[in-house]
Design a binder for this molecule. Structure first.
Ligand SMILES: Nc1ncnc2c1ncn2[C@@H]1O[C@H](COP(=O)(O)OP(=O)(O)OP(=O)(O)O)[C@@H](O)[C@H]1O
Length: 706
């Protein structure tokens, strides 16, 4: 891809310089364009270098190729000097340019695409490769602008041939030039629009991919503190705003700047007196653009934040629609939604007022510029200082310049809006996960021996509350153990740590003597499977849900047999085959088309099919009827074929009586451990109390039934 840009850049350079450029003026103009582009590249680079430095200060571990970075900076500076010297040479040399000098100059000027190539390479290294689309767009826009600049000149000349008798002999020649420049403008304009449409879609796709990729890399704590609705709004809306505004405007801005410079050169060539007269209002337009741009940035930031909040309410309400309906609170949710949209609307009114005010002011300045230029121009024509046809061409240039200035001011304003919208997106894109996904340890043997060494944890969402306090225990390979304790005591937290959803604040978690963080991410999750408290299924078929994340290359027939075995293990096969579509039945969003118990059984099948060495069951059978629960328990306890370490977190103590070891957790601390019989012997122990209470509840229930 990068080579493609390089080839395009070089081809344009050679074509334009060797064959199309025949005048010294065009050569100067062409070199000037390159200079401009290199300067833009330099500015970008310095911004990213600065960003690098900040990153380095934040994270000293990041080592970057400093030498190479500086080397490329020097390249860009040399490029700038080369282009400047080309312009100087062309301006100062009086003699006709010979062909070998043209070749030399062209080689000289080829530095531009070469430097661009280096710059693009650099961007790719920084993982910001989507910016190359913008760069390509600048290329396309630049070519278009080149011919744009000549349109008023030949329009002016053609009109003068019609209007002034003395210009009649040149009518034919002017008509041909008029057709050529207008045709090229139209052709290149179409080309530009096509390229632009591709660029926007590609930029959008890449931005979304990068952002989604960045979300997927984040630690679970990030999702505890960032609502999904807001994250989705950033992913869908903000990236869209960014890609269309940024791609569109950077391209237009480059084009407008090129046109501005080109038009200005042509105007100066026609009459520098008139040029000075008509530029009086320009600085005012640019100052107003700057002021309103800053205002737009702030406003747009607020609007995007509010729209993310609205999206969060919408998403949450849809997700929890059954609860909302059961409490009859549809109006309440709608009210919240409307109130946020109203706030956004009020802020948009400010945005509209700023845009309108800016437009009025710019139009007024343009009018002033026209009046000054026309009055002064008429005087110059009367004094024979400017020829009539030149004044006509100048008027067209002046109108073009006014439109360009107006464009630049609007581009700046909307760029600022995009900057406001993009702030949060870039924050997420640049965010480094606090927990690294994993290292590279992938031992051939994985026994499943677990050890907690003085482990403590505070959840990121509640940094001041201790969830686990100095917990130490050891589970031998192949043992079946249980975590018990009152609700909120920390059982699921221990399981979350074994899944590496969080890293302990203090202490170590070892598996087979290695720290859990040392294992490679995919390897670890092949060896450890979990069935969580809330059974979550994907909106796919039962078959796909059970085989979720298994390697694609697994033989299909084998896979079907394994899926059925796994379903049988979890006692799910019977209910699946009773469904009309059997294993192809769709589960609905989050498994909403199935009952709680059915979902749990599918989740168990999904874990079992992976043949994990460590199986974590967090209240995995809580929604099942006693018969089904007993069948699954038996399958777990009696499966001697595979050596598997199993950890069960359960409230129904009858289900864990047979466990090799029971860990009693209370208020985040490990208070007792042993077998069921050993724990019952601890007088006034927590376990003894839990068993006593459950027995009482059972007796009362039995009495009620009687
Ligand atoms: N993601 C989280 N962010 C903040 N605090 C959390 C989070 N998850 C759990 N907690 C808190 O940590 C403590 C332990 O929770 P945990 O889920 O481990 O309890 P548990 O013993 O599994 O309870 P239960 O039997 O009800 O499932 C509780 O006080 C809970 O409020």
């Amino acid at each position: 891809m990068v080579l493609f840009f390089l080839v395009i850049g070089l081809t344009f350079t050679i074509l334009f310089d060797l064959y199309i450029s025949s005048t010294r003026f065009y050569a100067i103009f062409s070199a000037f364009l390159r200079l401009l582009c290199i300067i833009i590249a330099l500015v970008y680079r310095s911004i990213y270098d600065n960003y690098d430095r900040k990153e380095e200060q934040k994270n000293t571990k990041i080592k970057r190729g400093k030498f190479w970075t500086q080397f490329k900076n020097i390249f860009l500076i040399i490029g700038t000097l080369m282009q400047s010297s080309t312009i100087y040479y062309l301006l100062s040399s009086k003699e006709q340019l010979s062909i070998y000098k043209w070749v030399l100059l062209t080689l000289f000027q080829m530095s531009m695409p070469l430097f661009t190539y280096l710059w693009i390479k650099r961007i790719e290294k920084e993982d910001l490769s989507y910016l190359q689309n913008i760069w390509f767009e600048i290329f396309a826009e630049k070519q278009d602008s080149n011919t744009d600049v000549f349109v008023p000149l030949y329009t002016g000349r053609l009109l003068s041939s019609v209007a002034f008798k003395e210009a009649w002999p040149e009518f034919k020649q002017n008509l041909i030039m008029f057709v050529i420049v207008n045709f090229s403008q139209g052709f290149l304009g179409g080309f530009r629009i096509g390229v632009f449409a591709i660029c926007v879609s590609r930029l959008n796709m890449r931005l979304k991919t990068k952002l989604f990729q960045s979300y997927l890399k984040q630690e679970i704590g990030f999702f505890d503190t960032h609502e999904s609705g807001k994250l989705l709004s950033r992913l869908n809306q903000d990236t869209q705003v960014m890609s269309s505004i940024v791609a569109n405007n950077i391209a237009q801005c480059a084009g407008a700047l090129v046109k501005f410079v080109g038009t200005l050169i042509m105007m100066i060539k026609l009459s520098y007196h008139l040029t000075i007269a008509c530029l009086i209002g320009a600085p005012l337009i640019l100052i107003v653009a700057k002021i309103s741009g800053t205002a737009h940035r702030r406003v747009s930031e607020k609007v995007q934040t509010l729209s993310a909040e609205a999206s969060e309410i919408c998403e949450e309400t849809i997700q929890t629609i059954r609860t909302v309906r059961s409490f009859g609170n549809e109006d309440g949710e709608l009210k919240n939604f409307i109130s946020i949209l109203r706030q956004a609307y009020k802020i948009s009114l400010i945005q509209a007022a700023i845009s309108a005010g800016q437009k009025w002011f710019v139009e007024l300045c343009q009018l002033g510029m026209s009046v000054v230029m026309l009055s002064y121009g008429a005087k110059l024509v009367r004094d024979n200082k400017v020829a009539g046809p030149d004044l006509l061409a100048f008027v067209i240039y002046q109108l073009t310049l006014g439109a360009i200035l107006s464009d630049i001011s609007q581009i700046y304003t909307s760029m600022m809006s995009a900057a406001g919208a993009s702030e949060a997106v870039f924050d997420y894109l640049d965010r480094k996960p606090k927990t690294l996904v994993g290292n590279n340890l992938q031992p051939d043997e994985f026994q499943g021996e677990i050890e907690f060494q003085q482990v403590s944890l505070n959840y990121p969402a509640r940094p001041n509350e201790i969830a686990l306090d100095n917990i130490s225990f050891k589970i031998a390979s192949g043992q079946i153990c249980a975590f018990v304790g009152p609700s909120g005591s920390g059982k699921s937290t221990c399981i979350n740590l074994l899944e590496r959803f969080y890293d302990p604040g203090m202490g170590k978690i070892l598996i087979d003597g290695h720290e859990i963080a040392d294992f490679e991410h995919k390897y670890l999750h092949k060896k450890i499977a979990m069935v969580s408290q809330e059974p979550v299924l994907f909106n796919r078929s039962i078959r796909e849900n059970i085989a979720y994340a298994l390697d694609d290359e697994v033989n299909k027939e084998l896979l079907t047999a394994e899926i059925i075995d796994a379903a049988k293990f979890a006692n799910a096969h019977t209910f699946i085959t009773e469904l009309v579509d059997g294993y192809d039945t769709q589960c609905g969003q989050r498994g909403g088309h199935l009952s709680g118990g059915q979902k749990q059984r599918l989740c168990i099948s999904r874990a079992i099919i992976r043949k994990p060495t460590i199986l974590l069951l967090d209240e995995a059978t809580s929604s099942l009827d006693p018969v089904n629960e007993r069948l699954i328990q038996d399958a777990l306890f009696e499966n001697k074929k595979e050596k598997r370490t199993i950890i069960i977190s359960a409230h129904r103590l009858s289900t864990i009586e047979k466990c090799d070891k029971i860990f009693v957790i209370h208020k985040g601390r490990l208070v007792e451990q042993g077998t069921h019989d050993e724990l019952l012997l601890i007088n006034n122990g927590v376990y003894q109390e839990l068993v006593r209470r459950q027995k009482m509840d059972l007796n009362e229930n039995e009495k009620e039934i009687e």
